[in-house]
Design a protein around this ligand. Structure first.
Ligand code: A2P
Length: 337
């Protein structure tokens, strides 16, 4: 079996650490693992298959001999280094928003549009969608195939780990400070995140939406169907891991809640948790560290003829980022290399 020299760019970050874990768990055919981060991480080492692998500083020469590069060190790092890596013959799977909307760069969710991976040849780069888009489309694709979704209205409840390791530390610190009657240290977000909800993820755009909200609109249209109308409100909540979403859809064909439940029970990557009589529905704390996208509270929207409401929860660092990227890498190496 062929094995691959694999690099994780941003190896010390929240997503990078998860990538290393998942490469090991799924026994990805790694020939050699290179871990790359900033000068701040010089001297650190991370464990992989029982070995301590030192972290190296990312630079222009980091990609000699690297065949697959998993990037999660921020958009500006990807913008600069992904083309350098691709030039050196490394196929980049990029977790940032840097290339998602570039027309000839594929944007892939393996359960939704795996065929797009073939277009890796265009630029040597495959983009991994935004965490909120991934879990929403894993849940909606089976419904779209049967009943054709016309419009999506989504509100998100996104955990701080989506921002990165500094935000995880900030929620913990602020919680401790507030419970000890101290003023909270506010550094990562514009406002206190502990015991609060911030309707503000990424930057505000001229149209009044945030960039995160427009990612959900544009990425859904690129990945699933350019004709779907999407409107989103994205909210940061004081949860460490897993994003939750309230998703309302309007379909062309009538579909009942029972039919949706049946469809999703058979859908790849989905687990239905929908037993309200026993108070069972998807919860962020139960989705953390799991691979599935959990769907529950499935019910008809009686305010329109063909409407469905769902509650969709997934681990944003796994299915929303690292796992999705590694599933892409698995298909790439199995089918194309
Ligand atoms: P480092 O730990 O050395 O700062 P997170 O999203 O959790 O904040 O993690 C960001 C990841 O991106 C970390 O691994 C971080 O490394 C890495 N990173 C940030 N800036 C750079 C840079 N200029 N060069 C290389 N890696 C970077």
């Amino acid at each position: 079996m062929r094995t691959f020299v694999t690099a994780v760019v941003g190896a010390t970050g929240a997503v990078g650490k998860e990538m290393i874990k998942i490469l090991e768990e799924r026994d990805f055919p790694v020939k050699e693992l290179r871990l790359l981060a900033s000068e701040r991480s010089v001297g650190k080492a991370m464990s992989f298959r029982g070995q301590e692998i030192p972290v190296s500083v990312l630079d222009e020469n980091s990609f000699a001999g690297v065949e697959i590069g998993l990037f999660s060190a921020g958009g500006s790092i990807s913008e600069k280094f992904a083309p350098i890596a691709a030039q050196a013959g490394c196929i980049v799977i990029d977790n940032t928003s840097a290339f998602r909307m570039v027309a000839d760069i594929p944007l892939v969710i393996p359960e939704v549009n795996p065929e797009a991976i073939a277009d890796y040849k265009n630029k040597g780069i495959i983009a991994n969608p935004n965490c909120s888009t991934i879990q929403m489309l894993v849940a909606l694709k089976p419904i779209h195939d049967v009943a054709k979704i016309k419009r999506i209205v989504v509100s998100t409840y996104q955990s701080v780990s989506g921002t990165g390791k500094e935000a995880i530390d900030e929620l913990e610190l602020q919680t401790r400070q507030l419970l000890n009657m101290q003023d909270p240290t506010i550094q990562v977000y514009p406002h206190q995140i502990a015991f609060n909800c911030l309707p503000h993820i990424d930057v505000f755009l001229d149209n009044g939406y945030t960039k995160e909200e427009m990612k959900m609109v544009n990425e859904t249209q690129k990945i699933m169907d350019k004709n779907i109308a999407v409107t989103a409100t994205t909210v940061r909540v004081p949860v460490f891991y897993s994003h939750s979403e309230s998703v309302n859809i309007e379909t062309e064909k009538k579909i009942t809640a029972t039919e949706v439940r049946e469809l999703l029970r058979k859908a790849p990557g989905v687990e239905v948790v929908d037993d309200t009589a026993n108070k069972q529905y998807p919860l962020a704390i139960n989705a953390a560290s799991k691979d599935a996208t959990f769907v529950g509270r499935i019910r008809e929207d009686f305010s329109i003829p063909n409407g469905i409401n769902l509650w969709v929860v997934a681990d944003n660092l796994r299915k929303g980022a690292a796992l999705n990227a590694i599933q892409i890498a698995e298909i790439l190496t199995d089918k194309y290399l």
